[in-house]
Design a protein around this ligand. Structure first.
Ligand SMILES: NC(=O)c1ccc[n+]([C@@H]2O[C@H](COP(=O)([O-])OP(=O)(O)OC[C@H]3O[C@@H](n4cnc5c(N)ncnc54)[C@H](O)[C@@H]3O)[C@@H](O)[C@H]2O)c1
Length: 273
């Protein structure tokens, strides 16, 4: 088991930080498409995505996309290339485990389907929730987890249970063949090699905003203005991680005191910025 086994896309050598920025470029490109824009310069695309144009060009070069001098990038083709790279040209089947406040909000979110993610199953352990109809799906009992995952061909599991249940639910979905887990529970999940875990923690995002708010107000972090908030954060993390490979979990507040680093690959994107 290795902590950062998916720092790069092994098949194509695309840095994970680039992969993390591709959805941002895609969102900008979709809005250009909606406005009927056929080509876009790297400067325009970079500005709309909040990165510098050198970084954007480097990111897109990993996809074999270099644009045309004086013209820029063809919007439709770039949408196709990024979608293909992100695996969005096919549908992904998603299961949500834990249908409380968060799970039901996710289940009801219409934006996943339009991006190629089909929520096909909802699971909970509470008799008061099992059997409920939410967004056209009946909440199944967690006892049915393995059979439904196989039946529906689930490839991504979203964990929205309390922290105490998250690792055991993760173990079960992985044993059932799921290799991608999106974890909302405030716990670091251990997974075997070959399983990707992404952790979402809104309190971390708020803390990062608080840091930048403090800077704007002339607080302790005010010395060197950042190019953009995102670049500053990832740059700092990259510097830290060069000397402290375990810094990401610390910086994201995941690790309990004295806890050993887990075998997960969470938050590796900062390394490659
Ligand atoms: N990442 C974030 O930014 C963020 C934000 C809010 C909440 N959370 C976390 O998300 C999780 C869910 O939060 P919530 O507010 O929806 O909680 P909640 O209590 O409303 O819902 C949790 C649900 O999980 C179910 N559950 C418990 N054990 C289970 C098991 N073993 N298998 C299946 N279902 C099980 C419960 O019956 C309940 O319906 C918590 O871990 C919370 O800390 C994360």
């Amino acid at each position: 088991m290795t902590r950062r086994h998916n720092r790069t896309r092994a098949d194509r050598g695309i840095p994970e930080a680039t992969v993390a920025r591709l959805p941002v470029y895609l969102r900008v490109l979709h809005s250009l498409q909606e406005r009927g824009v056929a080509t876009v310069s790297s400067e325009e695309l970079a500005a709309a995505a909040g990165v510098n144009s050198a970084k954007l060009r480097k990111d897109l070069s990993h996809l074999g996309s270099y644009g045309t001098r004086g013209v820029g990038y063809e919007v439709d083709y770039l949408v196709y290339q990024i979608s293909r790279e992100l695996g969005l040209t096919q549908d992904w089947v998603v299961a949500i485990i834990g249908v409380g406040n968060l799970g039901r909000a996710l289940a009801g979110y219409g934006g996943f389907a339009s991006r190629g993610f089909r929520v096909a199953a909802l699971f909970d352990s509470s008799p008061s929730v099992v059997g409920e109809r939410i967004s056209g799906l009946t909440v199944r009992h967690i006892d049915e987890l393995e059979s439904v995952i196989a039946e529906q061909g689930v490839s991504i599991a979203v964990i929205a249970t309390p922290a105490a249940a998250a690792q055991s639910m993760c173990d079960r979905v992985v044993a059932a063949g799921v290799t991608s887990v999106l974890n909302f529970a405030p716990v670091v999940l251990s997974v075997p090699e070959g399983v990707d875990v992404r952790k979402v923690d809104l309190s971390i995002e708020l803390q990062i905003l608080a840091f930048h708010e403090q800077r704007k107000a002339g607080g302790p972090g005010d010395a060197e203005p950042a190019e953009t908030a995102e670049e500053d954060w990832t740059g700092e993390m990259a510097d830290r991680l060069k000397t402290d490979p375990d810094a990401s979990a610390d910086a994201h507040g995941d690790r309990q005191e004295g806890e050993k680093p887990s075998g997960t690959s969470q938050y590796i994107e900062a390394v490659e910025a």
